[in-house]
Design a protein around this ligand. Structure first.
Ligand code: DGY
Length: 309
């Protein structure tokens, strides 16, 4: 009998840790839910009341990513099921990718590469392929959690000035250490030359960057999103990239993944990545291991390591 089911293949270390409890892998997890006490899952697995009803013995939903908007936490709470996630271990990889997108947007990499591949590079040209400097520019960070702070730390050596808006304001000490200035949301929108999103998706943050916010952004500014697609109204973003004020964008996440707004696909001034923020071998292994350790703790009668509220 399997006390644990996983919707995705686990690394060897996690299998070793969990095998003694009985483990059913991705091929049979749905069938094994009725007996399962632990579910390891991903952001592509909707964990709702209907699924939970098929798993009456479940004690923990170990979500092997950091975001948990796909898990009905109310339904879990009502059934006494603990929900966990994997913070910290993916902070650096995701912040690295945000920096890559900031650089890509500012230097117009997708347009330059597309032009070269189309045979339009006929030799070095003084006024060709001009992007924007990062040095001296203002980076706005929406959501100053772990990843937002890691992006702020990376931006400083590039000479960027950092402003931020977040549900919770940092302490004066942390603001000074990061060289980050707190601003209200309107200030963030009005002053950011590069705006990078790092907030979780909640009913309150959905479409924070809507047509109105986009209209108020600086002419020639850039938007980068490595958080969740639905923070942005994608149709409005297409308009802002096509008609201004935005000069470019870097996106790793989309409003209706895996669908991409068709307008985005044709724009040369957007880098489009397939949700790979945490996709390094080391980081994904750490995420799976942390989810497995949460399961191990709960099934061994200890407290979960990373419970989410
Ligand atoms: C997460 O963890 O929520 C990411 O989107 C995948 O790394």
């Amino acid at each position: 009998m399997s006390r644990i089911v996983t919707t995705f293949p686990l690394p060897d270390g996690a299998i070793e840790l969990l095998r003694p409890f009985g483990l059913t892998g991705p091929d049979g997890w749905r069938g094994a839910l009725t007996e399962a006490e632990a579910l390891l899952c991903l952001l592509t697995d909707r964990v709702d009341a209907e699924l939970l009803d098929r798993a009456p013995r479940l004690r923990i939903v170990a979500n092997a990513v950091v975001g948990y908007e796909h898990v009905d936490r109310g339904a879990c709470r009502a059934r006494g099921i603990v929900v966990t996630n994997t913070p910290d271990v993916l902070t650096d990889a995701t912040a690295d990718l945000a920096m890559a997108l900031i650089l890509s947007a500012a230097r117009g990499l997708p347009g330059a590469e597309r032009s070269l591949r189309a045979g339009q590079f006929h030799g070095w040209g003084f006024w060709d392929y001009l992007g924007a400097d990062l040095n001296g520019k203002t980076l706005g960070i929406f959501g100053m959690g772990r990843i937002g702070r890691a992006v702020a730390r990376r931006a400083a050596p590039f000479g960027m000035r950092v402003i931020y808006h977040s549900r919770t304001r940092l302490s004066t000490h942390d603001e000074a250490a990061l060289g980050a200035e707190w601003v209200d949301f309107d200030g963030l929108i009005a002053r950011s030359e590069v705006l990078s999103l790092h907030a979780p998706l909640t009913p309150q943050t959905r479409h924070t960057i809507d047509a109105d916010a986009l209209r108020r952004m600086r002419p020639g500014s850039f938007l980068v999103n490595t958080a969740r697609g639905a923070l942005v109204d994608e149709a409005a973003l297409v308009d802002a990239l096509r008609d201004g004020p935005l000069a470019g964008a870097g996106l790793d996440v989309y409003e209706r993944e895996p669908e991409i707004h068709p307008g985005l696909l044709h724009l040369p001034n957007v880098t489009l990545l397939p949700h790979i923020g945490s996709a390094t071998r080391e980081t994904r292994t750490r995420m799976a291991m942390l989810a497995a350790r949460n399961v191990h703790a709960v099934l061994s009668g200890a407290s979960p390591l990373n419970p989410v509220p």
